[in-house]
Structures are given as structure tokens and as C-alpha cells.
Design a protein around this ligand. Sequence first.
Ligand SMILES: [Zn+2]
Length: 282
Amino acid sequence: MKNSLDQIDTLNNLYRAFERKLTKKHDNIPFGERAFFECKGKYKFMESGECTVFGKKVVKAYKKTAEASFDEAEEQVTRGEKGIVVVLEILDHVGHEVGSEGTKYINAAKMVIERTKKLFNHFKEKNPDGTCILISDHGMGDVLTGVDVLNPMKRLFGLPGEKYQVYNDSLYLRIWADSNDMLLKIGSYLNKIDCLYQIDESNRQKNGVTKHELGDLIYVLKNGYYFNPNCFGVSLRGGVAGLHGYMEPLDQVSGILVTEFGSGEMIDAMNVFNTVRDAIGK
Ligand SMILES: [Zn+2]
């Protein structure tokens, strides 16, 4: 626990904010954790070549830009490949940057839809019995304002360390404490904050996060809010415009799953894997 993820003092926050701006704009890797994240936390989708998706061997189209990824996929279809996965990051990046109402986001979405249609048609021409699936693991909720809980907690309960520990990303807050008493105190403070609610036991069960090593208490922000500062640092520009991970149901923050078998109903995130696997007939 006592590693640099827990250093939440102002100097460290500032350092992280600058380091983030100056080095890699798009990642939020905490100060001192870069080596670990880069070797252990490397995103699987960033590896090129062949890979296995939903139990099937496929070729991957992942390039620097969405346009180049689509170009690559079109070539793969032309070559006669039958299992192709195209990886796109554009809606995530642009959505965080400008939010779901931003022109840049709308234009990116239009481009993705246009090129997806073209690619699907091309694929179906070559493989009349093939299956096309469009999947997005999240939507993008618009961000209204930042919420600071780390500094009030430090003032009320002392620095994190011996008595309690706290970790929060943009939306989720996790607390560990060495005594029930401390846990109750922290809980009663957090329960008074309007824009925040606790993920209760039944929801923890539903989402597979019952283990206390994942947090004695877990809280999530309501739609529109984000933690600033969070354990990745402070945001110098006043934060991001869009975020995913909000739990309140809203079309804007929902993911997308489209296949020719799709019924248009909501599918729980926990069941997306099985749904897609069934659709491709594994
Ligand atoms: Zn994201």
C-alpha cells in the first residue's frame, strides 16, 4: 500500500500534472509507476499482428489513427481474411477531450459510422455468411464539475497511511481502514456528499467486487462529476470534458453492441462477452 500511488500531496500532484502534460498527453500513469504500467499494464489491443478474440484467431487492424486502421482492415478484407478485428481509440480520446456534445466528437462518430458501414458492406460482399459486430465498451458522459474529497479527508482524518488508505481515479473512490471506527467516521462523512453514492453490497456482488482488498468502502460519483484531484494527479485545465464509467443508466454513457442478431435491448456489461461469443457461433 505504501507506494507512490498513495502520495497525494500538492507537490506530487503538480509534478504529475506537469509530467503528464510534458511527456505523454494521453496516459494518466501515476508518477513513479510508469515502468510497471508499461511492462505489466500494456494494453493487449496495442500489440499488432494475429490475436485471439472471443476464442477465434483473427488479424488485427490497429494503426496510429482510426482512418489508417480502417484502411488496413479494408486491405485485410480484400486479401480474403475472414476474422478481422479493428481497434479504434478515437471516440475515447476525443470524447474525453471535448465531451459528447463537442463538434469534434460528433464528427469523429460520423466518420466511424461511415467507415464501419463501408467496411461491413465490403466484408459481406466477400463473405455472405460472415458476421459483423460493432461493439463499444462504453459511451461518454459529459462532465460538469470537479469534486475534491482527498483534501477534506486529509484535514478531517489526517494523512492517509497508518489509519486509513484512499485511492480514487476519476469516478471511483476506494477506502481501506485499520478499524471499524475509522471506517464509520469516513463513511458518515462521504455519505453526506450529494454527488457521491456508495456501491452497496448487492451491487458489489452484481459487479464482482466483493473482496475487501478492492476496498472496504467503494463509492462512485453521479453522472457529470469527476474527482479533482484524483490519484493520477490534478488537472491543470480544469479537467476533462467527458468520462465513461458512470453507473446511472443513461443512453449517453451506455456501450453499443450491434450484430445482425442484435435485438436492441440492454445487455449487462458482465454478459457482453457471452453475447458476442454466441453471435459468432463459437
Ligand atoms: Zn477512456
